[in-house]
Design a protein around this ligand. Structure first.
Ligand SMILES: C[S@@+](CC[C@H](N)C(=O)[O-])C[C@H]1O[C@@H](n2cnc3c(N)ncnc32)[C@H](O)[C@@H]1O
Length: 322
């Protein structure tokens, strides 16, 4: 089997190739494994199982778009009025297949290069494809976002985290450090109340198998970096934080309930974390119970509406440099 290059070395050679920068010494062995123990709510395995099927992620995006009450595109909201024409060095954390960068076409410097970091290797090809489609140079690093701790100061003009920062909010300290003084950090995130209707059903069904009085891990995730607390957290690190609310919900009629169930089950390794950890043999029972609640609710009311309010934060003037 060919040996994979250490992710930090991939990043280093990318910078040397593209910017003639040589910036940091190679990380010691095991840095990623060590980093992954640092208070993460989910294991790399949970994340991989949730996001490794890129096709399913695309379908979930399609479902969100189809059933959203807000017909705007949150990426347009996030980028509206920004002048990124001088931006050459772009970093996207938890980049997935490149959903956000699709919208950067024509917005960056002609010589811009975009680095995507994601735990899930399956995102490599789709991400590089997304970068090629918008005609910039790209690099994908399959690693934990923790590798930014090893990155040099002022390495990027733009840093993006689209629906991923709640997985690694402990990295907030490093964002202003690796951002240029004139740079911008753009973060898209959910409300702490996201999916609350479904989570209520999950708690009811968990109670039936004896898992009670626990705050679901998925709630802790949404609370870690949310529409509600993002502004306060970011103001510790940036002099200017703009908050753009994106009020939304996804509404499924009874006739489209299969799409709702697909959307929920796609996140099963996040939503049913307690069940999978404590009583994995009961997963099917709990999942069926939740599905039945969803179906019953939609049948009785003709529709089910699931909360999906989001927010965009645009952060300027990192305090690290001021
Ligand atoms: C909800 S998806 C968002 C993907 C993409 N940014 C988008 O907007 O469609 C979250 C992404 O974060 C990645 N992720 C989660 N934890 C991570 C970590 N610790 N380091 C790097 N990537 C991570 C997942 O693999 C997944 O691709």
């Amino acid at each position: 089997m060919p040996q994979r290059k250490h992710p930090l070395n991939v990043f280093k050679s990318f910078l040397i190739r593209n910017y003639r920068l040589f910036i940091f010494s190679a990380a010691g062995p095991g840095i990623i494994q060590k980093a992954m123990q640092n208070g993460y709510l989910y294991t790399p395995d949970d994340i991989t199982r949730t996001y490794e099927k890129v096709h399913d992620h695309l379908l979930a995006r399609y479902i969100i778009k189809t059933y959203s009450t807000n017909s705007n595109d949150i990426r347009d909201v996030a980028l509206h009025g920004l002048n990124l024409k001088k931006a050459q060095r772009i970093l996207e954390l938890g980049c997935g297949y490149g959903f956000f960068i699709e919208k950067l076409k024509g917005m960056l410097h002609d010589k811009a290069a975009i680095i995507g970091i994601d735990l899930v290797e399956n995102n490599r090809e789709p991400f590089l494809h997304s970068v090629a489609a918008i005609q910039y140079k790209g690099e994908f690093i399959a690693a934990s976002a923790d590798i930014i701790r090893e990155m040099p100061e002022s390495a990027f003009d733009v840093i993006i985290s689209s629906y991923s920062f709640y997985f690694f909010p402990h990295l907030l300290h490093d964002i202003p450090r690796i951002l240029m003084p004139h740079g911008v950090f753009i973060a898209l995130t959910h409300s702490k109340d996201s999916l609350k209707e479904v989570i209520r059903f999950v708690m009811r069904c968990m109670k039936k198998i004896g898992i009670k009085n626990v705050e679901p891990v998925i709630n802790k995730l949404f609370t870690a970096f949310s529409r509600e607390n993002g502004d306060a957290l970011l103001k510790n690190y940036f002099n200017i934080v703009e908050t753009l609310d994106f009020t939304n919900s996804i509404n499924f009629s009874y006739h489209n309930i299969e799409d709702c169930i697909f959307y929920v089950n796609k996140k099963q390794h996040l939503i049913y974390k307690e069940v999978l950890d404590l009583m994995p043999d009961k997963l099917d029972v709990v999942r069926e119970c939740v599905e039945n609640h969803i179906i019953d609710f939609a049948k009785r009311n003709g529709t089910i509406s699931i909360s999906k309010d989001d927010a965009v934060f645009r952060c300027f003037v990192p305090k690290h440099h001021s």
